[in-house]
Design a protein around this ligand. Structure first.
Ligand code: GDP
Ligand code: MG
Length: 162
């Protein structure tokens, strides 16, 4: 039982965050990274990718019936995206708080979209909306070996120094 609890504690929560092409083009990468970093969350993966429209469609598959779906996929695949995985207690829900509401007009000041964006179709950042989507999105965007695993969480079978 204690072992089970310890194993559970070691499985730290992770979320998928992406700076969309408008955020990259506007020079907001460091501004956005610093908000997550200063909060105390840990960056465990980061890369720049230009997703294909087909890949964008996979990422936004739950929105495929919406009228803006095609335009949204065109936009996500229009330039470089900074894809990231952030780790920390409560990072999925709190990451969404840092980001703000989907429509920047409804995002409160102090949030990323509230401070830095105006239009819903150009809202600069994506964040997973729950544990299942976080898991699926991390798997879609990253290979397991691209995720940094903290040595403190490594198993006791890690090689010794001598
Ligand atoms: P998010 O999780 O806050 O990013 O919002 P959703 O998952 O509901 O939508 C995904 C993305 O689709 C949003 O970030 C917006 O960029 C875009 N989007 C959502 N609703 C609308 C809309 O009504 N019009 C347009 N043009 N884009 C939208
Ligand atoms: Mg969403």
């Amino acid at each position: 039982m204690i072992q089970e609890q310890e194993a559970h504690a070691a499985e730290m929560e992770r979320t998928f965050i992406a700076i969309k092409p408008d955020g990259v083009q506007r020079g907001l990468i460091s501004e956005i990274l610093s908000r997550f970093e200063r909060k105390g969350f840990k960056l465990v993966a980061i890369k720049i990718v230009v997703p294909s429209k087909d890949f964008a469609g996979k990422h936004y598959h739950d929105l495929k019936e919406r009228p803006f779906f095609s335009g949204l996929c065109d936009f996500l695949s229009s330039g470089p995206v900074v894809a990231m995985v952030w780790e920390g207690e409560g990072v999925i829900r709190y990451g969404r708080k840092l980001i703000g509401a989907t429509d920047p007009q409804k995002s409160v000041p102090g949030t990323i979209r509230g401070d830095l964006a105006v239009l819903v179709g150009r809202n600069i950042i994506h964040g997973s909306d729950g544990p299942e989507t976080a898991k699926d999105e991390i798997k879609l965007w990253f290979k397991q070996e691209e995720l940094y695993n903290s040595p403190s969480l490594a198993s006791s079978s890690s090689p010794s120094r001598n």
